[in-house]
Design a protein around this ligand. Structure first.
Ligand SMILES: Nc1ncnc2c1ncn2[C@@H]1O[C@H](COP(=O)(O)OP(=O)(O)O)[C@@H](O)[C@H]1O
Ligand SMILES: [Mg+2]
Length: 511
């Protein structure tokens, strides 16, 4: 390597190996980080990204391999050593101390500061740093009072307070709204412009495209490639990530001709605080049609879903499900009439975290034979039928007898959708079904949704992911402050047009 190239390298990892009880988390990984770049580390769940980052941050020792800092060999025995070399990491699970204030957390573990900290100075330093980097915090707030996004800011500021030269962010956007992510991306660019290096771990291609200068891709413990982001086609990155050609499924063309399975008129639904969140919404869905609902989060999507699924009684308006008025009906009668609902939070509302996968798969059908005989449940049916569905829907990682919550996000979602579509619904309501999933799981879930469309189910797809909406929907409506501000056929929908409507600009009829 030439001297000039060496000069720009902040960190180099060579032939890193790390095994956990026989699992090869990193296998001969090479990685080079330049000064002043945002470097994305892309890979599916389990690819070895966190392990590699944790080695760089001194949390794990590699089994073998070398680390060079600005060309000099280095060995870290702990994160303290890494921090002394000005390398710091924000872990997926934060490590702040909840009972301390924001300002106090900034100096926890700081070697040069003893107990004699001037609180006032510390507070003004925290405020100044927050302002400088566009990450405002209240220095006096206790960490337990903060939102997850705010806690993340504190983690980042803590590292900036230590003046790190290398900042590692492990899937930081997983806990952020798109708006918060945009703010974080600006901060990342600013840090790079100052000559720091940022490692941005993600499995979201569009984020990687948006913020990084270079991208390195990992798969199954190995580094499979690295490119300048500007030269990287999303399709190629996806292929590198999953090791096969991956075409995110999109709907076939052609309008649905089926009969109307869901008809909504003048629907009004209130928010938790008793304000009108859905303000007189009307639409129809035909059998075999996907109606996409676009909108910035918080514009009534949640209440719309609740109102349609029977989870919240509409204040007024009618909902006709397959010919029956269900406007004021209970959740159970919605289900009996053919409604399936895939909520946004999989564990919580959708699945029972403590039950096994098999039991969860039977949760909707348990009142009927063969799951129950009279009042008695038949455990063997749950088990056998569960095993069948696990196979059919390719739900991976199931351990017999153990709770479903141990599954990965993608497999949880497959289980949830499997259960819902096995009831052969007339109407499927899905909210952000691929949120947080990696590309492989996203592909599987999209295929399940499209299979329902093929089968003749009417699908209401509520999502903040425009790519997903555009790929799957036959028609789109846009919600803004609880009202439909526009409707577009798939053929006419572009992200620009949708974006304008989502910002509240109504469509102007051409003269
Ligand atoms: N502390 C650990 N103990 C056991 N196995 C681990 C540990 N950390 C990671 N692994 C395993 O190593 C592999 C890579 O994991 P990880 O580095 O977390 O991947 P990623 O961050 O890309 O999702 C996975 O199979 C994971 O289960
Ligand atoms: Mg990880």
């Amino acid at each position: 390597m030439s001297d000039s190239a060496n000069e720009t390298l902040a960190v180099e990892l060579r032939d890193i190996h790390k095994e956990f009880y026989g699992v090869k988390a990193n296998e001969g990984v090479d990685f080079q980080l330049r000064r002043g770049e945002v470097h994305a580390l892309l890979g599916e769940n389990g690819a070895g990204k966190s392990t590699l980052c944790s080695i760089l941050a001194g949390l794990y020792r590699p089994d073998s391999g070398e680390m060079l800092l600005e060309g000099e060999p280095a060995v870290f025995k702990s994160p303290k050593d890494a921090l002394a070399a000005r390398i710091g990491m924000v872990y997926q699970h934060f490590r702040l101390i909840p009972n301390l204030t924001v300002a106090e957390n900034l100096v926890v573990g700081h070697p040069d500061l003893g107990l004699r900290i001037d609180q006032k100075e510390l507070h003004s330093a925290a405020t100044r740093l927050g302002e400088e980097y566009g990450l405002p915090v209240d220095p006096a707030a206790r960490v337990w009072q903060l939102s997850v996004g705010e806690q993340q800011r504190v983690e980042i500021l803590k590292l900036l307070y230590r003046d790190v030269k290398v900042l590692i962010l492990d899937e930081p956007t997983a806990v952020l709204t798109p708006q918060e992510a945009a703010v974080l991306f600006r901060t990342m660019r600013q840090m790079a412009a100052e000559g720091r290096s940022v490692i941005f771990v993600s499995h979201k291609l569009h984020e990687v495209k948006e913020v990084s200068d270079r991208v390195s891709v990992m798969r199954q413990g190995r580094m499979v490639g690295g490119v300048d982001t500007a030269d990287a086609e999303p399709r190629d990155l996806a292929r590198m990530m999953v090791g096969r050609d991956l075409e995110l499924p999109t709907r076939d063309q052609g309008a649905a001709e089926g009969e109307t399975v869901l008809s909504v008129r003048d629907l009004v639904v209130e928010s938790d605080r008793g304000l009108k969140a859905v303000k007189g919404v009307s639409f129809d869905i035909r059998a075999g049609e996907v109606l996409g609902v676009a909108g910035v989060s918080g514009n009534g999507q949640r209440e719309l879903a609740y109102g349609l699924a029977g989870l919240r009684r509409p204040s007024s308006g009618t909902v006709i499900l397959d010919g029956d008025d269900v406007s004021q009906a209970t959740v159970v009668s919605h289900i009996r009439k053919g409604l399936a609902y895939v909520p946004q939070s999989r564990l919580g509302m959708g699945l029972a975290p403590g039950l096994t996968t098999e039991d969860n798969l039977g949760l909707k059908a348990f009142r009927k034979p063969p799951y129950s005989q009279g009042l008695r449940l038949v455990p063997s049916v749950f088990k056998d039928r569960g095993a069948e569905l696990i196979e059919k829907y390719d739900i991976r990682g199931v351990q017999p007898g153990l709770p479903i919550r141990l599954l990965s996000g993608g497999n949880l979602q497959k289980a949830l959708i499997a259960r819902e579509v096995e009831s052969k619904p007339k109407v499927l309501i899905a909210r952000s079904p691929t949120r947080g999933l990696d590309v492989g799981a996203t592909e599987a879930v999209r295929n399940l949704v499209l299979a329902e469309r093929e089968r003749g189910t009417g699908v209401l797809l509520i999502s903040e992911d425009l790519d997903e909406l555009l790929a799957l929907s036959d028609r789109l409506i846009v919600l803004y402050e609880g009202e439909i501000v526009g409707e577009l056929a798939a053929e006419d929908a572009t992200s620009e047009r949708l974006g304008l409507l989502m910002a509240g600009q109504r469509e102007v009829e051409p003269a």
